[in-house]
Design a protein around this ligand. Structure first.
Ligand code: AMP
Length: 277
């Protein structure tokens, strides 16, 4: 597998080098297909991003930033970007293929998850975030659709379309990402940093345990109101005290008090369920 991947990693390729198979998903700017590299037989996923659509949305810089950031990342819990190329109409991002699909689908089919599985998933995401944050990268769009499953059931973070490089001590003020996962400081306009990813991890862990969103409402204005007050729908009484404490420490209003990746990985609930995640 290593050798076959060397035939595509960092190489300047063309669409004719690949046999395109089925469509595996669709994002805001592109469609993703499973593909096979003809020469080496390597399996991969190719995200096609239409240049005209990017232009009409004034988002031409997004792909460059996504490629710049994603190509620097090499960690088992992060989907690898092997290479990219373009033609007159599209950009093509050639990535590791995640055959298990989205974690959202697994949760809908099999959830809510038992605490052991929920803690394991939460720890895997925290470990990937630890790597990401150590590179001064914030994901900014963490949600179940952007966490994919490998063939062995392990998780991989995907979609770095909204990610940014942010040196420690600096803050961002623009608003982005899906409302249900957005941290209170990213709604209030007071500036935010890497702690927003930890809030999103709290939302996802709540979903693992309940199958529902913590601040759900059909009305976006109500969702915002609930987020800025950390008005969480109470967890069912069947959820353990340690799980509850963990989720609440991630969904902490004050980013300074919110668990960091390191703290999440050392949390008693995580340690109870994960020997080696
Ligand atoms: P994106 O445009 O990156 O948000 O991708 C849209 C959807 O395509 C995702 O939510 C996944 O369902 C699917 N997808 C993206 N990348 C991959 C991949 N490497 N392997 C399998 N499915 C993927």
């Amino acid at each position: 597998m290593q050798n076959t991947l060397d035939a595509i990693r960092g190489k300047k390729l063309h669409l004719s080098n690949f046999k395109i198979r089925h469509k595996v998903g669709k994002g805001s700017y592109g469609t993703v297909f499973a593909a096979r590299h003809r020469q080496s037989g390597a399996v991969c996923a190719i995200k096609t991003i239409n240049k005209a659509r990017l232009r009409t949305r004034g988002a031409e810089d997004l792909v460059k930033r996504e490629v710049d950031i994603h190509s620097q990342l090499r960690y088992r819990g992060i989907l690898e970007l092997y290479t990219w190329f373009e033609d007159s109409y599209n950009y093509f991002l050639v990535m590791e293929y995640a055959p298990g699909g989205e974690l959202l689908r697994a949760l809908r089919q099999e959830g809510p998850f038992c605490e052991r599985r929920a803690a394991n998933y939460s720890a895997q995401i925290a470990a990937a975030l630890q790597y990401l944050h150590s590179k001064d990268v914030i994901h900014r769009d963490l949600k179940l659709e952007n966490v994919l499953l490998q063939a062995n059931g392990k998780l991989m973070l995907a979609d770095f379309g909204l990610s940014v490089s942010l040196p420690p001590g600096t803050q961002l003020y623009d608003s982005c990402g899906t409302l249900d996962y957005r941290a209170p400081e990213a709604l209030g306009g007071q500036g935010y940093s890497r702690e927003i990813d930890m809030w999103a991890l709290g939302v996802m862990t709540y979903e693992f345990l309940t199958g529902r969103l913590p601040f759900y409402s059909e009305d976006d204005a109500v969702v915002r109101e609930r987020i800025v007050k950390a008005d969480i729908t109470p967890l069912p009484t069947s959820v353990s005290y340690l799980a509850r404490e963990y989720v609440h420490s991630l969904l902490e209003l004050d980013p300074c008090w919110r668990l960091s990746c390191n703290e999440a990985l050392l949390d008693p609930w995580i340690l109870e369920h994960c020997q080696r995640c």
